[in-house]
Design a protein around this ligand. Structure first.
Ligand code: KIV
Length: 284
C-alpha cells in the first residue's frame, strides 16, 4: 500500500481525479478511513464540537490536538495526514506558529498542518513552508472567526467578497500552501478559484467543482445531531444504531439474559469440589 504524498495530491488535481478527505480524531476511525482508502485524513479542530461538546472550535488547545493527532497517526499507513492548528496557536507570532506547527508534525506525526485565514496569515504560511512544514490553507467560512463572521454563514456572495477570496487563494498559493480548503462559498466561485490556482482545493459546502471534497466524519456517519449544515450528506445513522445497541444492552442486563452461557467462563467440577471442601475444612 503506497503512502499518499503531496506529489500524489498535485498529480490528482492535474489529472482531474477527485480527492477524498475526511476527519478523524481517534485510532479506530483512522484505521477504518485508511482501510477505505480515503486519501487525506484531517485531524480537524472540529473535534472541539463533535468529540468534546464545545459550542465552537475556539476552546481547542495544542495539547488536545497533539493527543488526537497521535491516536490517528497510530491507525494510518497510507493516507496523507493533516493536523489543524487550533485558535491562537498561530495568530500571536510567527515564532509561536513555528513551534506549534512543529509539535503537530514531530509529536503528532502529521504530514502537514492546516490553518485558517487569507492574506493576514500569508507571512505565517511562508515561514512554516520555509522551515519545511507543508501547509494547507482554509478560506471562506473560517470557524475560528465565527464571532467576527456573525455565525456559520455562507461567504463570498458579493463582488468584493468573491474578489477577496480569489486574491486570498492566490496569495496563499504564492506563499507555498500545498492546497486549500474552501468552506461554505458559492459553487461557481469555488470552481473559479480552483481553475485560477495550480494547487488542489478541497470543498466543504463549495460545490462539485473543487479538486476534492472534505466533510466532518461525525456528519457523514450521522453521529452529531446538534445541527446538520445544508452541505452535509449523511451516509449512515450511527446515532440511532448506537442508541439501539445501548438500549438492547440495558434490557438484557435488567432481564438477566446477558451475560448468557456463551459469555461465561467455567471451572471444572473437580476443582470446584476441592474449593468447597477447602471452605468446609476451614469451617466457613
Ligand atoms: O476542523 C475541521 O474539521 C475542518 C474541516 C471542516 C475542513 O476544518
Amino acid at each position: 500500500m503506497e503512502k499518499i504524498t503531496l506529489h500524489h495530491l498535485q498529480t490528482m488535481k492535474e489529472s482531474g481525479e477527485r480527492i477524498t478527505m475526511l476527519t478523524a480524531y481517534d485510532y479506530p476511525t483512522a484505521l477504518l478511513l485508511d482501510q477505505s482508502e480515503i486519501e487525506v485524513i484531517l485531524v480537524g479542530d472540529s473535534l472541539g464540537m463533535v468529540v468534546h461538546g464545545f459550542e465552537n472550535t475556539l476552546p481547542v488547545t495544542m495539547d488536545m490536538m497533539v493527543m488526537h493527532c497521535q491516536a490517528v497517526r497510530r491507525g494510518v499507513k497510507r493516507a496523507f495526514l493533516i493536523g489543524d492548528m487550533p485558535f491562537m496557536s498561530y495568530q500571536v507570532s510567527i515564532e509561536e506558529a513555528k513551534r506549534n506547527a512543529a509539535r503537530l508534525v514531530a509529536e503528532g506525526g502529521m504530514d502537514a498542518v492546516k490553518l485558517e485565514g487569507g492574506r493576514p496569515v500569508v507571512e505565517t504560511v511562508r515561514a512554516l513552508v520555509e522551515i519545511g512544514i507543508a501547509v494547507q490553507g482554509h478560506i471562506g467560512l473560517t470557524p475560528q472567526s465565527v464571532g467576527q463572521l456573525g455565525g456559520f454563514k455562507v461567504q463570498g456572495r458579493t463582488v468584493e467578497a468573491a474578489r477577496r477570496l480569489l486574491d486570498d487563494a492566490k496569495a496563499l498559493e504564492a506563499a507555498g500552501a500545498f492546497s486549500l480548503v474552501l468552506e461554505a462559498i458559492p459553487a461557481r466561485l469555488a470552481e473559479w478559484i480552483t481553475r485560477s490556482i495550480h494547487i488542489p482545493t478541497f470543498g466543504i459546502g463549495a460545490g462539485a467543482g473543487c479538486s476534492g471534497q472534505v466533510l466532518v466524519t461525525h456528519d457523514v456517519l450521522g453521529l452529531f445531531d446538534r445541527f446538520t449544515p445544508k452541505f452535509v450528506k449523511p451516509y449512515a445513522n450511527l446515532s440511532q444504531t448506537m442508541r439501539t445497541a445501548f438500549e438492547g444492552y440495558k434490557q438484557d442486563v435488567k432481564a438477566g439474559t446477558f451475560p448468557a452461557e456463551e459469555h461465561t467462563f467455567t471451572i471444572s467440577d473437580d476443582v470446584w469440589q476441592a474449593i468447597e471442601r477447602d471452605q468446609d475444612d476451614k469451617g466457613d
